[in-house]
Write a protein that binds this ligand. Sequence first.
Ligand code: M6R
Length: 357
Amino acid sequence: EKGTYPHFMLKEIDEQPFVIRKIIQEYQDENDDIKLDADIRNAMKECDRIYIIAAGTSYHAGLLGKQFIEKLANIPVEVHVASEFSYNMPLLSEKPLFVYISQSGETADSRSVLVQTKELGHPALTITNVPGSTLSREADYTLHLHAGPEIAVASTKAYTAQMAVLAILAVDTARAKGIELDFDPMQELGIVANAMEALTDQKEELEDLAREYLPVTRNCFFIGRGIDFYVGLEGSLKLKEISYIQAEGFAGGELKHGTIALIEEGTPVVALATQENVNYSIRGNVQEVEARGANSMIISMKGLDKEGDAFVIPHVHEILTPLVSVVPLQLISYYAALHRDCDVDKPRNLAKSVTVE
Ligand code: M6R
């Protein structure tokens, strides 16, 4: 039920802080340790490489999951689009673990890979919002997202839930491997939930940005470096899916290798600047597109912000910024679609779960 909300998408965006708190509760035991099935812990610890398989928004969460697992737990991770992996399987390591990320647990492209990797005898873990789903039943292990039903075709709360669960899994694996971390995931996710709540209270400001930057444009670019780049990919998918604006996410440094040719007078460019190590260089990329006439907006994080930034998110742990920086992108996409009279919850040509290959 939508209750007083005009659309499920808006309701689901607003639910994100509660979903993160629910995940903290579900994945923590009485001693404040991470609560996770011992078999999953062992599978993570024993493998020599993780292969994440997913589609769409879940694939974007996988790209960030790779960052968490590699940086915290020191295990190499490959992330693959399910529909590509099916017929173009890379060389596998000796002890692979397959991780399927799927909100619905019904995506046919991912299932087809699962069938193949099971046949090869490789263990599989499904991370899903629907525990009884096909991908959950057919995998060896399941991690539940606890996000509650997601109705809008555009995925929002499942994406942030996927990243939260992946971060917890990464920390649990690191601890199981005896890696000392200066990072308490539950405490940091609590800070993330509060930051999300603050952002969902800033809807008017974000609606104004959508009105100012995206009123009649046919296209829009999202740029970022490092993990901001991956969030930009998700921001661009959200925008194109519901507003039909042609949107592309690019790595800031890659623009000059071709794409910058598309920048014209007034082209909107959304730049994410939440990472200290690339703050200077992404701002340099913004100057490059501005010099070619772009109408750019910088979304930065408190502590790294500069005068003139269009929007500043609250400060959270650097590795968890995607969970927070995506919220303004979700809301800007929502309002851009609304201003264009698009069917926000049921965009044309799309289904909530894609059960055909
Ligand atoms: O249910 P899944 O997570 O497997 O779905 C994968 C994609 O179809 C899905 O994320 C799609 O890209 C969304 N509509 C994006 O908002």
